[in-house]
Design a protein around this ligand. Structure first.
Ligand code: HPA
Length: 281
């Protein structure tokens, strides 16, 4: 059982209880997706769809291109919960609300998380539509997840600098290579948004060692890692920050870039689920 502050658990248990009452199967993995992913799930074996509105105390998502439901899928003999919408910092959600797709499944015993995001490409070698396996993250949100955990949990031995599951990454990479799906590996920076970066910020974030930048995933990954689960995360590069456009980037461009890679994204999901090793922790 994760050591989360009791008053936060009280709120989250309400959501967990309401969801548990509706679920017909025990989930073994979770996928958290975002902008532009809504069409992807139709290609999978869907067992159930549960709208966020049908879950007590569950917030709703108000960003175009995000869904507002949990889709229960079965793939490669495993049952998974797909959170089709995310709660972002820029919409003023609390840290515990942002972490709902991580903490609630942890309460159910889920140990495997696959996270996707749409991201701007800081690395000049990246192009729109490229896929990056996240090897490491920089939390540039100024938000800390520590407050939601009981301080006795946050000792040195509980915190690992290796947030992402190396063996899971390797197994997925083998399948990507065998299927000739090209990908990068790199560091992802989470910022609060919702505005995109200025030219000076892009320069700074590149100097910091960032390859891709977006408005999710780092806080979720740190929490999932603290909760002793396996995390595999991907960025879909939706815009290149080689040169910052005068009029910025439209949300539509972000959605279009994800849609253009839908078939590769479906394969990546397939490989990521296939390479979950339920015995490996
Ligand atoms: N910056 C931050 N978040 C993003 C970007 C970006 O350029 N593209 C998609 N999400």
């Amino acid at each position: 059982m994760p050591k989360i502050q009791i008053e936060i658990l009280e709120k989250l248990y309400e959501i967990a209880y309401s969801l548990a009452k509706q679920l017909k199967e025990n989930p073994e993995f979770v996928i958290s997706s975002g902008s532009g992913f809504s069409g992807v799930w139709d290609k999978f074996n869907i067992l159930q769809r549960i709208s966020f509105n049908e879950i007590n105390s569950m917030p709703t998502v108000n960003v175009e291109g995000h869904g507002n439901e949990i889709v229960v899928i079965q793939h490669s003999g495993k049952i998974g919960l797909v959170f089709t919408g995310r709660f972002h910092l820029y919409e003023d959600y609390s840290i515990e609300e942002i972490l709902i797709p991580i903490i609630i499944p942890c309460l159910f015993g889920v140990k495997n998380f696959i996270l996707f995001n749409a991201a701007g490409g800081l690395n000049p070698k990246f192009n729109v539509g490229d896929i990056m396996i996240i090897e490491d993250i920089i939390n540039f949100t100024s938000k800390k997840i520590q407050n939601i955990f009981n301080s006795s949990f946050l000792t040195d031995k509980d915190f690992s600098c290796d947030i992402f599951a190396k063996q899971w990454i390797s197994r997925t990479e083998v399948m990507l290579s065998e299927n000739k799906i090209s990908y990068h590996k790199g560091t992802y920076i989470e910022v609060t948004g919702p505005t995109y970066e200025t030219r000076a910020e892009v320069k700074m974030f590149r100097t910091f060692g960032g390859d891709a930048i977006g408005m999710s995933t780092a806080l979720e990954s740190i929490a999932a890692s603290l909760l002793k689960t396996n995390v595999l995360a991907f960025s879909i590069i939706t815009n290149q920050l080689k040169e910052v456009k005068k009029n910025g980037i439209s949300h539509q461009e972000v959605l279009n870039a994800v849609l253009s890679k839908q078939s590769d994204i479906e394969k990546i999901i397939d490989f990521a689920i296939q390479s979950i090793d339920l015995s490996y922790m």
